[in-house]
Design a binder for this molecule. Structure first.
Ligand SMILES: *Cc1c(COP(=O)(O)O)cnc(C)c1O
Length: 355
């Protein structure tokens, strides 16, 4: 199937936000991509239209039963003016993994990457250029049947919206304090934890708020059955450096397979560092800390890339990791991935797609 993207340009371009007041997810560009799905007809009518509110029937299935998926990636402007995307096919492959779990029809991966490129290219003046800034890309799909029965929708809309975002770390990389959650759980095997779907976020808010109220940035989730094994941290995958081994929880169906996670593993292996994907218990981390072998801990995700963990609190038992400073491996991964993303370092992995 071949698609032709129609483009309707805005008559009222917005003024761009100040470069130093971008924040995250606050500003949106002039245009968005939309495509429809109708049972029997498939995905059709791909178009770029002025960004703005959309009209949906209040009975649309997405509002009632949460049948929706999303993605997140970034476009960077290199010093030489090139526009770079970081592994966009991986995001569009993953949206199909999420689609499958949520009974949403798959999209054409290559076409979705093409749509992304077309939109980013049209909005290239919105890509901020200061160090650490980027254009955040949010593809998402929603169920649009106006119907209150419980079944998969027969119609959907696929959107891509863009948001210029500021540098995650303005004053150097600050390690975060993490609360180990032993009351609430995020997901269980067999559930939807491996899908990037809004329900997982709705389920996480309560724990997140409780942790914030007592001074923690995010929670570290434990497995939903025994509350013993480490899952992920907030909206990031998590890594621990114990002795000379880097350990990250294996993908068992309840955590998201992060693209930053996969890139971190690939990068460390290329550096000759031992990386193991396996079950790791919170007890093992505390024991390693007591034995002096827990060297670093960090989260990985598109927003921050690497977020070093400086403190863990598990049932009021607090431990400081690497004296609350960023570790050598965390720093190396951060510098390499952000260097490749921004075009400063040579991309020896074939991760970059030029717009
Ligand atoms: C998106 C996401 C991540 C990080 O994935 P990346 O592809 O690295 O951005 C981790 N955990 C959850 C729950 C997520 O939704």
């Amino acid at each position: 199937m071949s698609y032709q993207i129609s483009i309707q340009k805005t008559q009222n371009p917005k003024s761009k936000p100040d470069a130093d007041k971008l924040g995250f997810g606050l500003h949106f560009t002039d245009h968005m991509f939309v495509m429809d799905y109708t049972e029997g007809k498939g995905w059709h009518d791909p178009r770029i239209v002025p960004y703005g509110p959309i009209t949906l029937d209040p009975s649309c299935m997405v509002f009632h039963y949460g049948q929706a998926v999303f993605e997140g990636l970034k476009a960077y402007k290199a010093a030489d003016g090139r526009i770079l995307l970081f592994r966009p096919q991986k995001n569009m492959e993953r949206i199909n993994i999420s689609n499958d779990r949520l009974c949403i029809p798959p999209i054409d991966v290559d076409f979705a990457v093409e749509a992304c490129k077309t939109l980013v290219n049209l909005e290239k003046d919105w890509i901020p250029e200061a160090e650490g800034t980027s254009l955040y890309i949010r593809p998402f799909i929603i169920a649009t049947d106006p119907f209150l029965g419980v079944r998969p929708s027969l119609t959907y809309q696929f959107y891509i919206i863009l948001s210029p975002v500021g540098a995650y770390y303005k004053e150097g990389i600050n390690p975060v304090k993490i609360y180990v959650e032993s009351n609430y759980v995020r997901a269980v095997k067999g559930g939807i934890g491996f899908a990037k779907t809004p329900g997982n976020y709705a389920a996480s808010l309560k724990a997140q708020m409780d942790a914030k109220n007592i001074g923690y940035t995010q929670v570290l989730w434990l497995d939903g059955v025994e509350k013993k094994y480490i899952e992920e941290v907030g909206t990031m995958n998590v890594f621990f450096v114990i002795n000379d081994e880097v350990v990250t929880p294996s993908l068992e169906g309840s955590i998201l397979a992060g693209i930053t996670r996969a890139s971190t593993i690939e990068l460390l292996k290329a550096e000759g560092i031992k990386v193991t994907e396996r079950k790791i218990s919170i007890e093992e981390v505390y024991e390693a800390h007591a034995a002096g072998t827990l060297k670093e801990a960090f989260g990985t995700g598109t927003a921050a890339v690497i977020s070093p963990i400086g403190e863990l609190n598990w049932n009021n038992n607090k431990i400081a990791i690497n004296d609350g400073k960023i570790g050598e491996i965390s720093k190396k991964v951060y510098d390499t991935i952000t260097g490749i993303q921004s075009g400063k370092l040579k991309d020896t992995f074939g991760w970059i797609v030029e717009v």
